[in-house]
Design a protein around this ligand. Structure first.
Ligand code: DGL
Length: 248
């Protein structure tokens, strides 16, 4: 299968990493809208418009599937994108919710949802989780993590101060939904802040689990063909991809 992965910028590479590790796809086409990132502070109509433009971009390739790695786009634009797409589109919000259902047995467990402002305002995660019976949710917009990760700050004093700023009144969660592409890159720091017992739900791992429920992957692709596109400075995106994904 040939998959297109869309994100507002570089963060969706964390999802690509999971796709590569699980060897699901023969070919991966990545498109990051680096010229217009961040989406997480934009309004619904803009996010939908950008999502539709990404579907148009992917029409240049004969894809079997599109994965929307961006939580913000997944929260707002999937229905509209599906209307104009000739291939199925999967988003990470539903995947994250299903992962939560699969890995958290007690519906009273405290679940902390982290995301951009737009994702949090959409209530996409909370509404889905409430429907499944989860009734003990804390939700936090933690947008400052996005520029920190882009500055390659994955631990240390600034990040710890940011944790204090966001989490000083947060009770220790049973699970955290990392509802933003960038957050897996600070998962070690989050894990040591909240402790080993807290389960972290990562969009990339969640989408793999979801796709494995939906499709039969009869073949493994240890070395998928990959192409990286960006709306601005594709070279910078490719450099980060080779660093994060450890590819030449
Ligand atoms: N990719 C976005 C997300 O997962 C984070 C960066 C942005 O704000 O565009 O929500």
């Amino acid at each position: 299968m040939k998959v297109g992965v869309f994100d507002s910028g570089i963060g969706g590479l964390t999802v690509v990493k999971s796709l590569i590790q699980h060897q699901l796809f023969e070919e991966i086409i990545y498109y990051g809208d680096t010229a217009r990132v961040p989406y997480g502070i934009k309004d619904k109509n803009t996010i939908i418009r950008y999502g539709l433009e990404a579907v148009e971009f992917f029409k240049n390739f004969e894809l079997d599937l599109i994965i929307v790695a961006c939580n913000t786009v997944s929260a707002y634009a999937l229905d509209e994108m599906r209307e104009i797409s000739s291939c199925p589109i999967y988003g990470v919000v539903k995947a994250g919710v299903l992962a939560c259902e699969n890995h958290v047995d007690d519906k009273n467990s405290n679940i902390l949802i982290l995301g951009t402002k737009a994702t949090v305002n959409s209530k996409a995660y909370d509404n889905h989780l409430n429907t499944l019976g989860f009734n003990n949710l804390q939700v936090k917009a933690t947008g400052l993590f996005v520029p920190l990760v882009e500055e390659e700050i994955y631990n240390g004093k600034i990040l710890e101060a940011t944790f204090e700023h966001y989490f000083q009144n947060t009770s220790n969660p049973h699970a955290i939904i990392l509802g933003c592409t960038h957050f897996p890159l600070i998962s070690d720091a989050l894990q040591s802040y909240f402790g080993e017992k807290t389960k972290l739900i990562h969009s990339g791992e969640a989408i793999v689990e979801y796709l494995e429920q939906e499709f039969t992957f009869s073949q493994k692709f240890p070395e998928p063909k990959m192409k990286f596109f960006a709306s601005e400075n594709p070279e910078a995106l490719r450099n980060i991809a080779s660093k994060w994904l450890d590819i030449k």
